[in-house]
Ligand binder design. Sequence first.
Ligand code: TRP
Length: 473
Amino acid sequence: MADIQNCDSCSINPLDLFERVTTQGEKVRSLKAEKASKDEIDTAVKSLLSLKLSYKTVTGQDYKANSPPIDFTPMNNGSAMAEDEDFVDPWTVQTSNAKGIDYDKLLVRFGSSKIDNELINRIERVTGKKPHHFLRTGIFFSHRDMNQILDAYENKKPFYLYTGRGPSSEAMHVGHLIPFIFTKWLQEVFNVPLVIQLTDDEKYLWKDLTIEKAYQYAVENAKDIIACGFDINKTFIFSDLDYLGKSPGFYKNIVKVQKHVTFNQVKGIFGFSDSDCIGKISFPAIQAAPAFSSSFPLIFKETKGVQCLIPCAIDQDPYFRMTRDVAPRIGYPKPALLHSIFFPALQGAQTKMSASDPNSSIFLTDTPKQIKTKINKHAFSGGKDTVEEHRKYGGNCDVDVSYMYLTFFLEDDDKLEQMKQAYTNGALLTGELKKLLIETLQPLIAAHQQRRKEVTEEMVKEFMTPRKLAFDF
Ligand code: TRP
């Protein structure tokens, strides 16, 4: 066993250390069971104690059997998973339940915290603004360290926002807008810089795409993102394929992360195998680096360690659990996170939508007629088969996709609640519910298309140029 005490504790990973303590504990137990010599046992115990001490130094927590360090718990999505368990990683979201993923269970499995009323009220108190309806309706439902961000904000300490998108095709659907709509609100309410990463490199590595196509999709997606209304003076959008070669600060952070994460760990977190290309294996470091402010020297100048807040869908959490684990070991604050639930496919909440199946969602390019047809034809209904039965027994909002979509896009809480009741008691029919959704989405998509048309090439270029933003650091 290596001499832990003498090695640089910063280079040991908490999870490795946890496993070493566990193994050493087992060794001590078996030596005792075998009635080994006192000397032998004493040496093993000494080594165990020193490992426990290192564990405490690295994680700040006492070693507890069967409870690995929180930020680095592997997801255990593998084969040992029980059949009724949900599966969530950055590439796959799968559940056998028509209601969708069990998010309460996910909170426990991922070890994140619930966004409860107390936190929502605090956000309202601190900002003086009415909380976004994504918070009120539980669409952003989970967080890590959001209270630290609010503390910083109250103490007038700066922070910044970081989010992103993997440009896998030109076509974005309404679900893709969720993190951006919310991020725009956060930017407005807190008045902070925002960086948006377009991982064209990731899509090149994972999909059957050329480098040129991936970059082209990044630029096209940037237009849809800009159309969400971000402030050009406060937002930097970057393509990895482009920015990585321009910013030594960014690359240095990538290398720092790469040095502190082992192949074993990424295998545990992301399920990579020996036959995955090395590009995939090292990619998580590239998604981690924007969470460190020194990756953006033109924005933050010499100011070191500006705290970062990442709004994202919960499937991205594995990247940021890794980032949070590494951060203190390379001298940076851990990024805070706000997690959203998934946007369901039209066919039902069992799965995430796929950009390659045009009927699985409403696309930002759909015409009013397409929106109407898709919803009427494909939106999974929780209603009963006949009007008589529906009136008698009522519909089931828990599995009804039109209702779910309305929780995302109908901002009027009272109206939503009234609808839920009317649908549940049978007064509102499926056709009527669908009509409401169609009438909500048609103007929303049309307005998006109009704003996208107004995004000029010059604007895209400006958003994507590394530069100082409207903040003095
Ligand atoms: N990997 C993400 C995707 O495929 C893109 C991404 C990069 C991202 N950085 C992010 C998403 C930060 C949320 C927050 O969509």
